[in-house]
Design a protein around this ligand. Structure first.
Ligand code: ADP
Ligand code: MG
Length: 703
């Protein structure tokens, strides 16, 4: 028994170099993909698949898309192009017609780049060629070959005539190499793969075994088999995630703060009195929900969802004040320096005259300033610290940290939340997002959170009008608004011109606008690559009215509040995600003045057109968030890093909504029966949880 498990581990743990054809160079290249061992190779799931079961019909050409052709070589030739490229061309006769297959290479003085082609692609040979099918200069229709295989090559069966895996690549690693190495690793080690799911669950849910699923995810024999394998692996990831959330939640709910809150209203009453407006019903309800949480003996972990402009800051300040009323300290964390600055300014404005000591902590502070602030925090002389990621550093020590508020939660990962929690043995946590998502999804993504929603906008706001417009019209409208004393943003997707991207850039356009269409106006530039102090200065000057037009990158996306800004022009708008555009346009319409957002774009796909139309038609962040999530998938939506943090390689919360529901139910049942997952059938789950969540962030406690 002991011996067999050692050799099991041994094969999966063998370095990739154990495989034929992997020398030190290839091993290094594989390591860049995170593949060190045979086990890693098997766990390196494809990022997609291509159905190459049957060759394409040349009678029905598809330009620019990936094509699979099988044909006999009629003739082959090679030559140099005028620009020095080496070109190899073969005429292929297929079952449905003829086509030119073309290979391009950079010529080399040292060796013949086409030696293998000259050997293999000769008249009479049958080959498979995969590549892009286009109408080229060389003829009416040609195939630009990316991969080719000789029909009689025994290894060809891994690459053509079937559904093939497509992997993420890096320099020195090709699809062909990964497929062949993965197939070899499967032969050697497939039988050593072990299921972590209890057998009962597998049969109950009708899922393929793990070894079977791993084989099928790489080399499926049919679409149905691929779907079953994908579904099974997704379910497993989601089950582990749900178990982790539930254990985390149990742990949070099970711990006691050891201090209580009392609502003295010493600070809250004067704060409310000097706000200058009444809270909305939704704000009152949500503040009550938060206060109820704070007064409980267990720590709070609450997500506050509220559309752009729904007034989350006031809610956050109310919660922070309650902590301060009770002698605690609060931290208010924002994703950018600009936003942190702005939150501090808002806080000081709303709390003017109240005995609340606040400070700013960002990475922009000079060493001396920083240590002064840190010392005051540590001595308990600061009540509320507003800052960025800089708050998370280990030398930031709070003697009485009670409440942390994280603004724009989607910008932060689970890991960051965890490290904030570590700042204080017990801590109430409020995370806020302006990118609301459906509740079921929120639970899956932030499974340890309770959710509150601001579903009402403050009164007196004129809805933002959004129009898909030409640049000239947009600039004309902008000029009129500026002449009327208002301010405007012009937003570009990138800072600097790039030869790869056909996009307008903030820097170049700033010069053009300033000297051309907007000559005579006070125009400033702000972008993410500027030093922090410069960004802050420009933002403050804009807020104070010193600039009429701000040319910007999406650095202004989050939270900036300048009520006098009534126009926004977004250039290359089709290049932004919907949630981003919604956030961006939330920078206007912040006062009582009617505001317009112009989306300037030439959308190339029907989906892109659809996205812009949805934005023009709706101001509802919930609807837009949902559409965005559908169009982009949660990996993109959350930032791939965060998605990776959750251990999700295969699962897609949308596609796998059903698997998610199953996983939730099964996780709940397993923990009910076996709260510490000590039963032998749970050993696999337990091990995975400890490896994935305990080791990384001390998240899951199964002791
Ligand atoms: P967000 O939810 O996007 O963070 P903010 O907290 O920045 O929204 O609030 C947007 C604007 O609305 C701010 O200028 C804020 O002062 C104002 N505001 C917040 N609550 C109310 C209210 N109840 N009545 C009127 N204005 C409000
Ligand atoms: Mg905000």
């Amino acid at each position: 028994m002991g011996q067999s498990s050692t050799s099991e581990a041994a094969i999966l743990d063998r370095p990739a170099r154990y495989l034929k054809g992997v020398g030190p160079r290839r091993a290094d290249a594989l390591a860049r993909l995170g593949v060190a061992t045979l086990g890693d190779l098997l766990a390196n799931f494809p990022r997609g698949w291509q159905d190459r079961s049957s060759p394409m019909d040349l009678g029905a050409p598809t330009e620019g898309t990936s094509a699979v052709v099988r044909g006999r070589v009629l003739r082959a030739e090679h030559f140099q192009s005028a620009s020095g490229m080496a070109i190899f061309k073969a005429r292929l006769k297929t079952a449905t017609g003829e086509i030119d297959a073309v290979w391009f290479k950079h010529s080399s003085r040292r060796y013949d780049v086409f030696a293998p082609l000259k050997r293999d692609v000769v008249a009479g040979r049958e080959i498979w060629a995969i590549g892009r099918c286009e109408t080229g200069l060389l003829g009416p229709s040609q195939l630009q070959v990316e991969e080719h295989y000789l029909s009689d090559d025994p290894l060809a069966r891994l690459h053509v005539g079937r559904i093939v895996p497509l992997y993420s690549l890096t320099a020195g690693v090709s699809q062909r190499m990964l497929r062949e190495l993965t197939a070899a690793a499967l032969e050697l080690a497939e039988s050593r793969l072990r299921d972590i799911l209890p057998p009962g669950l597998l049969s109950e849910r009708g899922l393929p075994s793990y070894p079977k699923a791993v084989r099928s995810i790489h080399f499926p024999d049919s679409q149905a088999e691929l779907e079953a394998a994908r579904g099974r692996l997704a379910y497993e990831e989601l089950l582990i995630l749900e178990l982790a959330w539930m254990l985390k939640r149990r742990q949070t709910k099970g711990s006691a703060k050891g201090y209580g809150y009392e609502i003295t209203r010493r600070l809250l009453t004067p704060f409310r009195a000097q706000l200058g407006f009444d809270l909305t019903g939704a704000q009152k309800r949500v503040i009550n929900e938060i206060f109820d949480d704070l007064r409980r003996p267990q720590p709070m972990t609450r997500l506050l969802q509220g559309d752009v402009g729904s007034g989350k800051t006031v809610v956050a300040l109310s919660a922070l004040l309650l902590a301060v009323e009770n002698g605690g300290q609060g931290a208010f964390m924002a994703p950018t320096e600009i936003l942190a600055d702005q939150h501090l300014a808002t806080l000081r404005r709303f709390l003017a005259g109240l005995p609340v000591r606040s400070a700013l902590l960002t990475s922009r502070l000079k060493t001396k300033e920083r240590s002064a602030v840190l010392a005051r925090i540590q001595r308990g002389e600061i009540d509320i610290v507003v800052g960025t990621h800089a708050l998370l550093e280990s030398d930031v020590r709070f003697p009485r940290l009670r409440l942390a508020v994280i603004d724009e939660q989607h910008r932060f990962g689970v890991r960051q939340r965890a490290s904030l929690r570590r700042k204080s043995a017990v801590l109430d946590l409020l995370v806020m997002t302006a990118t609301p998502i459906p509740r079921t999804l929120a639970l899956a993504l932030y499974g340890d959170l309770d959710v509150s929603t601001l579903d009402e906008m403050p009164p007196g706001k004129t809805a933002i009008r959004t129009a898909h417009a030409g640049e000239a019209d947009a600039l004309a409208a902008l000029t009129l608004q500026v002449a009327a004393g208002h301010q405007a943003y012009v937003v570009y997707p990138i800072i600097e011109e790039s030869s790869r991207l056909d996009l307008r850039s903030a820097k170049k356009e700033f010069e053009r606008l300033r000297l051309g269409p907007l000559a005579g106006l006070k125009v400033a530039l702000i972008h993410g690559a500027m030093p922090g102090p410069q960004k802050a200065r420009i933002m403050n000057e804009f807020a104070a009215g010193a600039w009429q037009v701000l040319v910007a990158t999406p650095v202004i996306e989050v939270g900036i509040d300048v009520p006098n800004a009534t126009v926004m022009i977004v250039q290359n708008a089709d290049r932004f995600g919907m949630a981003s555009l919604h956030q961006l346009r939330g920078r206007i319409g912040r006062g009582r003045l009617p505001s317009t957002c112009f989306l300037v774009a030439a959308p190339k796909t029907p989906q892109a057109r659809q996205r812009l139309a949805t934005l023009a038609a709706s101001n509802d962040g919930f609807r837009i968030g949902e559409e965005d999530l559908k169009l982009r998938g949660p990996g993109d939506f959350m930032g791939t890093e965060q998605h990776g943090e959750l251990g999700l390689k295969i699962a897609n919360m949308f596609k796998d909504a059903a698997a998610l529901a199953d996983a939730r139910a099964d996780a709940e049942r397993a923990l009910q029966r076996d709260p510490r997952l000590l039963a032998p059938e749970h050993a696999g789950l337990r091990g995975r949880l400890l490896a994935l969540y305990h080791k990384n962030w001390g998240w899951v406690d199964l002791a």
